[in-house]
Structures are given as C-alpha cells and as structure tokens.
Design a protein around this ligand. Structure first.
Ligand SMILES: [Zn+2]
Length: 251
C-alpha cells in the first residue's frame, strides 16, 4: 500500500498491475474504489484495512469491466456505486462479465459481483473528503473517474496509464472522438497533483501531463495513419489492441 496523498492509499496487484484506491474518511470509515483483483488480493486488502482500523462505508466502480466490479464479503455489506450508464452496461452484460472474472481471477462470490447502485449526482455522498465523479465514455460506457479536490488525487480508472495505450470503447458510435473528449475532460481538471490509473503506477502532476500528452499523441498518430512511437506498444496484448483500433479507421 502506497499513501499517495494524506489518507489516500493505493495497492497495486500482481495481475495486470491493477490498482485499488482507499480514501480514509471520518471515524475509521473509508471509501473503496475498484477493489481488485484476485480473491487473495481482496483478502489481503481486507486484513490491511482492519490492521489500520479502517472499515469500508462505500464503494465505487469506475467502469463496467470485470476487473473493476469485484467485492468480497470481508469488505462488508456497504453501498457500492457506479454511474447510471455503467450500472446499466454491467447489468446488460452480466453473464459475460462473470465468466471473464471466473476465468482470469477464479473464486470470487458471483452474488457480490457488480452489485452497484446508480449514482446520478456528481459527488459521492459519504462521511469523508469530497469525492467528485467525473463521468465520460472514453474507455467504457459510463466510465466515472473520481477526483478528490482536497488531496488533488484523480482516480482515473482505465485512463492515463503509464503501461497501457488508450484503449477505446470499440462499440461506441465514435470511439476516437469519444476518447478525445473524455481525455480532454480529465486533462482540464484543475488541481490534479496525483493521478492513479486503473492499471500501472500512480504519477505526480508532471507525470499526469506527460501521460495526457502521450495519449493524445497516440490518438493523433493512429488517426493520421502513422505508426505511433509509443514504448507502451512493446507489450504483445497492447499491440493486438492497437491493431484492432487501427482497423476501426479502415471500416
Ligand atoms: Zn477497463
């Protein structure tokens, strides 16, 4: 667990470098964002929380992909939220998401998977630091980043990663335009001092700007039909995703 800002903790799992973010609130309550990813990871998270005297009081799922919809009984029976679009998307694809989770990270309780309440407001109501929801559809329908203005922490979900190229929502009406819009919304937030990607390493303000520029650079190159000079493409699975994204422009 890294304390990326006072009272904001990030754990990075071995599988896909998936991050979990904990925000400490009043009286030992905490907000849990995207707890992930294996059963053992969630058990370790629950015991770390209890060793710190922290108890989940609310959860947030950044987007309707299986590795961001997990929960465990040890984290408690608390309200978990997502944006209304994300909750609807998760519900409509539930069997496929459950089977993806069962393949990649077996053993999770399916009854707790994606049990989300839609939150239509722009702020998570809880007894802790203000947590503003920044909805955008770049990577997935109803993707909702969380910004903690007091700490300057942006929990970006699957955006702004040092390890992953922009991964577009291939089913969107305008995948490139939608991604540019979402990235622009995040880039325009004032006061980001720490960025926490869903996969990869947290970064400071300069690193946030560097990632935003790298992601726009990737989109510029692909849309212009150029091969991006992007070191993140060294990973084989990202090369496959890249080929898929390039193919979209040829349709
Ligand atoms: Zn995702």
């Amino acid at each position: 667990m890294d304390e990326v800002a006072p009272g904001v903790f990030v754990a990075t799992a071995g599988l896909y470098a998936t991050t979990t973010t904990i925000v400490a609130g009043a009286g030992g309550g905490c907000l849990v964002i995207d707890p992930a990813v294996t059963v053992a990871d969630l058990a370790a998270l629950a015991s770390w929380l209890s060793s710190r005297g922290l108890r989940p009081v609310a959860g947030w799922s950044t987007h309707p992909h299986w590795d961001h919809l997990l929960w465990s009984r040890a984290l408690g029976d608390v309200v978990r939220y997502g944006t209304p679009r994300a909750v609807a998307a998760a519900a409509s694809q539930l069997p496929a998401l459950v089977s993806e989770a069962a393949q990649a990270a077996p053993g999770h309780d399916p009854a707790l998977f994606a049990r989300l309440e839609p939150l239509s407001g722009r702020e998570i109501g809880w007894a802790g630091p203000r947590a503003m929801v920044i909805p955008h559809d770049a990577h997935a329908p109803g993707h909702g980043a969380v910004f903690l203005p007091a700490a300057g922490v942006l929990v970006a979900g699957d955006m702004c990663s040092d390890a992953e190229i922009p991964l577009l929502d291939l089913d969107a009406a305008d995948p490139f335009g939608g991604y540019r819009h979402g990235l622009g919304v995040l880039a325009g937030l004032p006061g980001v001092r720490v960025v926490v990607p869903g996969h990869g390493r947290p970064g400071d303000a300069a690193e946030f700007r560097r990632r935003v520029a790298a992601d726009f650079g990737y989109l510029d190159a692909v849309e212009a039909g150029r091969e991006p000079a992007d070191p993140r493409l060294a990973a084989g699975w990202l090369r496959t995703e890249h080929d898929r994204q390039r193919a979209l422009l040829l349709e």
